[in-house]
Structure formats: C-alpha cells, structure tokens
Design a protein around this ligand. Structure first.
Ligand code: MG
Length: 373
C-alpha cells in the first residue's frame, strides 16, 4: 500500500525546536529523542500502577494505563505509517498522551477537578501532562523538565481538542485557533479505538456479558462474529470473541486511515501548514467506522462503566481522594519537603493537586492509610 498522505507529514526539520537549544544527536532525530525522553521519564513508569478502567484487584490480565498507552502507540504508529505521516512524532505523542493522568482513572480526574473548582480552578490531565514535561521531571542538569520540541508539547495539549485564542495565558504559545499537525490529531482516535476495544475485551473476560449480548447491541459486531463462525465453526466462545475482536480493531483502524485520507482529499490541503490553517480537524473515521465506534461506546457505557461493580469502585476512590485532598489542605506540613516548600509560596490547593495527581493508585492507598487510616 502506498502511503496516502506523505505530503501532509510534519517534517522534523521544520520543528520550532526546544525551549533550551541543544546540540543535535548523531543518529536520532529530534522527535525520536523526545520519544526516548518520555519513555525514560518517571511519570511514564508510574503509569504501570494507574488504573485504566478495571482495578487490578479484580484480575492480573486487565489493562493498566501503561499497557493501554502501549496499545495506543502501536495503533497510532500503524495508522501514521499507512498514511505516510511522521511515525516518531506520532509515537512520542501516543506515549505521552496519558502521562498526566491522576490515580483512579476518570473518577480520579473528575474528583481533582471538583476539588479545584472550589477554588475557581480546574484540573485537566492534558494540562497536567504539560506541567510534568515542562517542570516536574528533572533529569537534566542544565534545564528544567524534558525540554521537548514545540510540536510534542503542542500535541500534548492539543491532541484531544483545539484551544481557542485567549483561552489561557499559559497556552498562548501553542498556536491557539490553529489545528495541531495530523500526527497529533490521530492520537485522540487511536486512544478511542484502543480503549473501546480493550474495555470490551477486559469486561468480556470479567464476565460482564456474552458474545450474543454484544452482537444483539452492535450489528457490525454481529456481522463480524457471523463471519468468524463460518471460518472456525464450533469454536469456544472465548475463541470466537478474540477472533472477532481482532477484526473489530482492524475495521476501526482501517476506518480511521481511510477516513483521514478522504477528509484530507476533500479539504484539498497540500502540506502540514495547510493542515494547521484548515477550519476543522481532518482526523476522522469513515461513516461506517464512526457508527461502529459510537455503538461500542454506548454498549460499554450501559454494560460496563455504569455497572454496579465499577460505580461502587468509583464512589470509594472518589471519597478517599476528597478526604486526602482536604487532609493535606489542612496539614500542608505533612506534604513531602519539596511540596511543603512550594505550599508556603504558592496556592496550597494547587500544590496538593499536583502532589495527588502524580500518585500511582498504590502510593495513593499507602499515603491514605498512613495519613487518615
Ligand atoms: Mg488514553
């Protein structure tokens, strides 16, 4: 297959570069170095002990945020390669896309946001990712943060939504009002394909539903499952499920690749600059893959995310997070030294939020036990 959109690839040589200039590397280009810096970051390693959807207390086979991230990177790279886009930029952004995620998945993010809204602020994991790579990571002697290229920092804040001019002074440098490169636009949909299919898989192994239940709710799934039955008649439900799931992932990734190619063709954009200036994002599915993705999402919402098991789990972690947040607000002296020092000169709620957001689920539980019991 010839790459469809090589003309829209963001050329690494056109990067706006790093905040602190560095010498180039003999055999890794700037986006490859950024990818490596992300993989070596402490915040990246912490993803291993952050919940994706299912808590690890239920099974060893569920995705956590690290294995989810690897799946996103793998799907996004496949799409980027097929389209002729920059695989290194895509991979770096996929690996960084959840680096600022707090413990306890969406419940944790929502609770931190709720706590911050008491002070007229908000918590957004993409903005937190930016703070991590800009200042909290400290691996180098000569500058703070990871000193990533402009395009990787921009992609971290803009991969899932555009920013409007004047939205926030801290984001003014990231070309508000313009679209990010196509490589960054791919990440949001690769993320969606990865979590929809992974959650379908994890919840199936956890016994939330049968293959018949999925087929009854999602006609495209039923069609794929029927095809699988003709290929391997009489197979066990788990085998049928896995064989259908791989075709489902393939259908969605193919729908993404063809959708982006069609949208770019229709928009008539000729290079990466025109992608930036185009009035809307170009990353999208074909109509069929879009329908399938929406059907998956609504099935998962009803059968999994709103289930009693996960709702109870979310209530528990939300309550613990609210308690620990309040505890540190009342006792800033109990924060570890660097945070306690910051709390003396910066708004304490911001410092507490940063501290909790960086925690793994395990570290959160240990701290909760230690501080609150
Ligand atoms: Mg994600």
């Amino acid at each position: 297959m010839t790459p469809l959109l090589s003309r829209l690839r963001f050329p690494v040589g056109s990067s706006r570069g790093r905040r602190y200039p560095e010498l180039s590397h003999p055999y890794r280009n700037e986006f490859q170095r950024d990818r490596d810096r992300i993989v070596h970051a402490r915040a990246f390693r912490r993803l291993e002990d952050k919940t994706q959807v299912f808590p690890d207390t239920l099974s060893d086979h569920f995705r956590n945020r690290l294995t989810h991230t690897i799946e996103v990177a793998q799907l996004a790279r496949t799409a980027a390669r097929a389209l002729g886009l920059d695989e290194d930029l895509t991979e770096a952004l996929a690996l960084a896309h959840d680096i600022g995620h707090p413990p306890f998945a969406h419940a944790g993010e929502e609770e931190l946001n709720r706590q911050m809204s008491r002070f007229g602020e908000r918590f957004d994991h993409n903005l937190h990712s930016l703070r991590i790579v800009e200042s909290f990571e400290q691996p180098y002697a000569c500058f703070p943060g990871l000193n990533l290229t402009f395009e990787v920092r921009e992609g971290i804040v803009k991969h899932s939504r555009d920013i409007a001019p004047g939205e926030s002074p801290e984001l003014d440098e990231y070309l508000p009002g313009q679209r990010p490169p196509l490589e960054a636009q791919l990440i949001d949909l690769a993320d969606e394909i990865a979590y929809n299919t992974a959650d379908l898989d994890d919840a199936f192994s956890a016994g939330f539903y049968s293959v018949e239940d999925i087929g009854a709710a999602i006609p495209d799934y039923a069609e794929l499952a029927e095809f699988v039955d003709t290929q391997i008649p009489g197979a066990a439900p788990q085998v049928r499920f896995r064989e259908t799931l791989r075709r489902l992932i393939d259908a969605l990734v193919t729908g993404l690749i063809e959708g982006v190619a069609a949208a770019a063709g229709e928009a008539g954009v000729r290079d990466h600059n025109e992608v930036r200036l185009h009035s809307s994002r170009l990353a999208c599915y074909t109509p069929g893959a879009g329908r399938l993705s929406r059907a998956l999402k609504s099935f998962l919402y009803k059968r999994v995310y709103a289930s009693e098991v996960l709702t109870a789990e979310r209530r528990k972690s939300t309550r613990m997070m609210a308690e620990l947040f309040e505890f540190f607000l009342q006792h800033p002296g109990k924060l570890p030294p660097p945070y306690a020092e910051r709390a003396a000169s910066q708004p304490p709620h911001r410092v507490v939020c940063d501290y909790i957001a960086g925690m793994t689920d395990g570290f959160f539980r240990r701290t909760y036990r230690q501080m609150i019991g």
